[in-house]
Ligand binder design. Structure first.
Ligand SMILES: Cc1cc2nc3c(=O)[nH]c(=O)nc-3n(C[C@H](O)[C@H](O)[C@H](O)COP(=O)(O)OP(=O)(O)OC[C@H]3O[C@@H](n4cnc5c(N)ncnc54)[C@H](O)[C@@H]3O)c2cc1C
Length: 434
């Protein structure tokens, strides 16, 4: 740095506190050689371990201790520098999901009392998870070090209560689960991740971005499936997003993303996304589909907010067929102006006699702060006021339909519950688990 006349000498202006501030954001750990074990000091209050309790339930209780996510995050970071990249900076939400899954696996196995089908459910779940984790490109070494960090953290939490029974139970359980995870990841061929470039961004409402991308390699997803996306707006945070157009040889993909207040990714994505940004997309998953088995069964689709995306993808795919089951689509949002995709859906319906669209908004009018009022296109049915579940169930049980629900976790829960309450057979309803 060159100092101008009257400037302080460089060594004085560059005080220690300033240096600390400058380097505070730089991760120096990889350059500092072997680190001290972050769990070296015993806990003042380890978890009480009942010596006669079944080992899997003791492990479940150790995982449930509120200190677990923080301690495990530290153990992981020390075990392998790759884990710093694989987890977001705040790994706690991901580790909470891990705790929930492991608790379920341990409990189900313990209470199965030797019922092989129930234990196989757990193994199957791990295989499915492994298929999704393929995007993380984990090696056997990662699995091993993850297991070592897990054992280290649970031992640390148990303190003197840790014994050979727990060591053996954890070793066996982890071996079974990590083998299933690796089997799940190995089932598929082809690239685990595909790069994609943002080529256009539309902002139809204040909190929704429609993002158009071209993927480096065509991703062959079925209409209604979702992809996991890793974006530059929140490093290490994978989120599931549903393409709103069918897969095509040009690699064009469109996502509709809503800013969920307080969310780790969506807000920074909606505000920050721009043309030229690079995303990483993982293999398609999900089972939403229209059953085309003849004779056709009519379809009821219920989409809230950006939950319209996979339904629109299914509809666009149906447009390629000459003959289709009848589709009744309820499309809902909080305010009328949030029904941003209505113009496209109305255009589709104009050339699809089998498609009926029913707009629904919880409020009659847009709020004053929502900006200039958009004129919504006319649909065959007038806009209804209320929640989606109210609007749908007032027409009866729809028991003869195949029902597809897509939206926020709360909307999906309320809608499925409401439908079942009015007599829709649960087996007729499909949705992707939030
Ligand atoms: C199968 C599947 C497909 C999805 N497809 C899309 C899509 O096409 N477009 C899209 O915008 N989102 C979609 N999502 C939701 C998306 O994956 C993220 O959960 C969402 O963008 C919020 O991410 P976040 O990191 O900001 O918030 P998070 O940190 O993940 O969540 C913060 C909180 O908000 C809740 N939440 C998550 N989603 C919503 C929501 N939509 N409305 C209200 N609360 C919510 C979470 O349960 C959590 O409590 C899909 C989710 C699933 C499971």
């Amino acid at each position: 740095m060159i100092n101008g006349p009257g400037a302080e000498p460089a060594d004085e202006s560059f005080r220690a506190s300033e240096v600390e501030r400058l380097v505070s954001d730089i991760d120096l750990d990889p350059f500092l050689g072997p680190r001290r074990d972050p769990l070296a000091d015993p806990l003042e209050q380890p978890v009480d371990v009942a010596p006669e309790a079944p080992p899997l339930l003791v492990l479940r209780d150790l995982l449930s201790d509120e200190r677990f996510p923080e301690l495990f995050a530290r153990a992981l970071r020390a075990a392998d520098p790759d884990f710093r990249e694989l987890f977001p900076r705040d790994a706690t939400p991901v580790l909470r999901d891990f705790v929930r899954a492991m608790r379920w696996a341990f409990e189900t196995t313990e209470y199965a009392h030797g019922d092989r089908a129930k234990v196989e459910n757990v193994v199957e779940f791990a295989r499915d998870l492994g298929a999704d984790h393929r995007k993380l490109e984990l090696t056997p070494g990662h699995h091993q070090r993850f297991g070592e960090a897990l054992a280290h953290t649970l031992r640390h939490l148990a303190g003197r209560g840790w014994d050979d029974r727990l060591e053996t139970a954890l070793g066996t359980a982890y071996q079974v689960l990590s083998t299933a995870l690796q089997q799940g990841a190995a089932v598929e061929n082809g690239p685990a991740r595909v790069g994609a470039t943002v080529v256009e961004v539309l902002r139809p409402t204040r909190d929704v971005a429609v993002v158009r991308l071209i993927s480096d390699v065509m991703i062959d997803y079925h209409p209604g499936q979702y992809l996991s996306a890793l974006t530059p707006y929140s490093p290490g945070v994978w989120r599931r997003l549903s393409p709103s157009i069918p897969s095509n040889p040009a690699g064009q993909i469109e996502f509709h993303v809503r800013d969920v207040p307080g969310g780790a990714l969506s807000g920074s994505l909606v505000r920050g996304v721009g043309v030229g940004d690079r995303w990483v997309l993982a293999r398609p998953l999900g089972l939403l589909e229209v059953d085309r088995t003849e004779p056709f069964r009519d379809v009821l689709m219920i989409g809230g907010g950006t939950g319209i995306a996979p339904l629109r993808c299914l509809l666009l795919d149906m447009m390629r067929h000459g003959d289709n089951p009848r589709v009744h689509l309820f499309y809902g949002a909080r305010f009328p102006g949030d029904l941003y995709d209505l113009p496209t859906l109305v255009d589709l319906a104009a050339s699809a006699p089998w498609l009926t669209i029913q707009p629904v908004a919880e409020e009659d009018e847009d709020p004053w702060w929502a900006g200039p009022r958009q004129e919504l296109p006319r649909t065959l049915h007038r806009q209804q006021t209320g929640t989606l579940v109210e609007a749908v169930t007032q027409w009866g049980s729809w028991a003869d339909r195949q029902v597809i629900v897509s939206g926020s976790p709360g909307m999906v829960r309320a809608t499925v519950r409401g439908l079942v309450a009015v007599g829709t057979p649960r087996a007729n309803i499909s949705f992707d688990r939030p």
